[in-house]
Design a protein around this ligand. Structure first.
Ligand code: DQA
Length: 150
């Protein structure tokens, strides 16, 4: 079955600092390195893949809204700290109705208790947490095979 032709990868606040940020939780890969690997895999599969990072909740909401206009078929999102706070981003994802996977580099269930609460998980197709940068690659493999609307 044909998977989505257009996939969007969204990263929230402070993920631009990957590579230099708390490597015991987030590893040593930069966001650029992660995105480069994702782009290579998408090219192999002849799928359009876009990556977006912002530290601003308003911009992230705007990018999610724009995804519907663009016909994005699947979203991979690490909302970062907004995971635990953003009703606005949750509502945007619910509004556009694009299936998404929630990714966290760290195991959010093995850290401070506030990180166990997510505004996204119950409306996500699924969640990958604690597998480091590999989590994005695994989410992409899943997305590539995600069945489109019948
Ligand atoms: C994170 C986990 C969040 O709790 C944290 O605020 C982040 C990154 C992760 O990828 O493990 O910024 O989403």
């Amino acid at each position: 079955m044909a998977g989505p032709r257009h996939i969007l990868v969204i990263n929230g606040p402070n993920l631009n600092l990957l590579g230099t940020r708390e490597s015991r939780f987030y590893g040593k890969d930069t966001l650029k390195a992660i995105n480069t690997r994702l782009a290579k895999r998408a090219r192999e599969k002849r799928v359009r893949l876009e990556t977006y990072q912002s530290n601003s909740e308003a911009e992230l909401v705007g990018r999610i809204q724009q995804a519907r206009e663009e016909g994005v078929g699947f979203i991979i999102i690490n909302p970062a700290a907004y995971t635990h706070t953003s009703v606005a981003m949750r509502d945007a994802l619910a509004a556009v109705g694009i299936p998404f996977v929630e990714v966290h580099l760290s195991n959010v269930f093995a850290r401070e208790s506030f990180r166990r609460e997510s505004y996204f998980t119950d409306i996500a197709v699924g969640i990958v947490s604690g597998l480091g940068a590999r989590g994005y690659e695994l989410a992409l493999e899943f997305a590539l095979q995600y069945p489109g609307k019948k």
